[in-house]
Design a protein around this ligand. Structure first.
Ligand code: MRU
Length: 333
């Protein structure tokens, strides 16, 4: 999977692996305008918090090139960059990266491209450091020869720029011969678990079974899981963690059963500007994601729907945060 480059900058445009078509079709898409980038983000062709950071960063480069090509006024450029920044609200990495690169708009194309590439490179390094730190922590604090792990959503290469966050930890554990099995929540409604995580695990040769989301609590309380590990889209100062909807149910079951619940995320996902999860905007997505399965209706036409893309797990439910800095327990410090 490390050969797969889901996001690649090519001279003057971005090439992304279209995740809406996985696992059956591996097809790349070229993004040449700000609207191409926004559409790719909103349709989840590219997704996952750290990946959104990298795409947002390169999106600013694309905006700059488009502005020159189409002779935009500074106001038009500013508006396009704001639209990009707001394409999805919950993952803090997108706004963080867009802001970080935008600071250099006055310094020319090379400077902003350098900054975007720095964000991508830092994420690659963070992926490996997160995995290393997690392995060390588990060796010191848990010391099992092999683990049965539960994960939710997709946090691998597809969601980042390299090994992944939670899935990067699983990958490193597997290389150390310490993974018995991964239980993969399918992750309704868009199936990031069964479509994407299982696809990555299959390619990596890591043993897994897919389960429906509602099987997770029973597996955890039934003693089938040594720990659960997930990624994050935004982590508040007190450790409250927004992640793909369904994460909270996993965390609640872990808390009840006394099973460790870990969150793996780069520091770019820690939002030091908010005290708690109450300030995290939760994206609500289109009702079609719930009412249709592919093109098939799975509910009465016209049903009302509640479709939050994320939920917030209280920081106190998290046994430990794995980040690229050794002790990333951002609980009001
Ligand atoms: O809506 P998505 O697919 O962008 O969901 C976000 C995520 O990928 C997850 O919540 C993930 O666990 C955090 S990003 C590594």
């Amino acid at each position: 999977v490390s050969d797969i480059r889901p996001i690649e900058w090519e001279t003057d445009h971005l090439r992304i692996l279209d995740q809406t078509l996985l696992p059956s079709i591996e097809e790349y898409r070229e993004l040449r305008t700000v609207n191409d980038v926004i559409l790719a983000i909103q349709s989840l062709a590219v997704r996952g918090a750290p990946a959104l950071g990298a795409v947002g960063a390169y999106g600013v480069v694309i905006a700059f090139i488009q502005a020159e090509r189409e002779q935009w006024t500074p106001e038009t450029l500013g508006q396009n960059i704001r639209n990009l920044r707001d394409a999805r609200p919950t993952a803090v990495n997108l706004a963080w990266a867009v802001d970080r690169v935008s600071r250099y708009l006055g310094d020319g194309i090379q400077r902003i491209l350098d900054e975007a590439q720095a964000i991508e490179n830092e994420d690659r390094e963070a992926n490996l450091a997160i995995a290393n730190n997690a392995l060390t922590w588990l060796d010191v604090n848990y010391q099992k020869p092999s683990y049965r792990i539960l994960t939710h959503c997709n946090t691998g290469t597809l969601a980042t720029t390299y090994w992944g966050t939670a899935l990067g930890v699983i990958r490193a554990l597997h290389l150390a011969g310490k993974v018995t099995e991964v239980l993969v929540d399918e992750t309704r409604p868009l199936l990031q678990g069964s479509r994407l995580t299982a696809w990555e695990l299959e390619k990596l040769g890591i043993p897994y079974r897919i389960q429906v989301d509602s099987a997770a609590a029973g597996a955890i309380l039934g003693g089938m899981v040594d720990f659960a590990i997930v990624g994050a889209d935004r982590i508040a100062k007190n450790g409250d963690t927004a992640n793909k909807v369904g994460t909270l149910s996993v965390a609640l079951a872990c808390k009840y059963a006394g099973v460790p619940f870990f969150v793996a995320a780069p520091t770019s996902t820690f939002d030091q500007s908010i005290a708690s999860g109450n300030s995290i905007e939760i994206e609500e997505r289109n009702k079609r994601e719930v009412l249709n399965f592919g093109n098939i209706d799975v509910a009465p036409i016209g049903s009302n729907v509640f479709n939050p893309a994320f939920d917030v797990t209280p920081g106190s439910f998290v046994t430990h945060f794995f980040s690229e800095t050794k002790d990333a327990v951002y609980r009001g410090e």
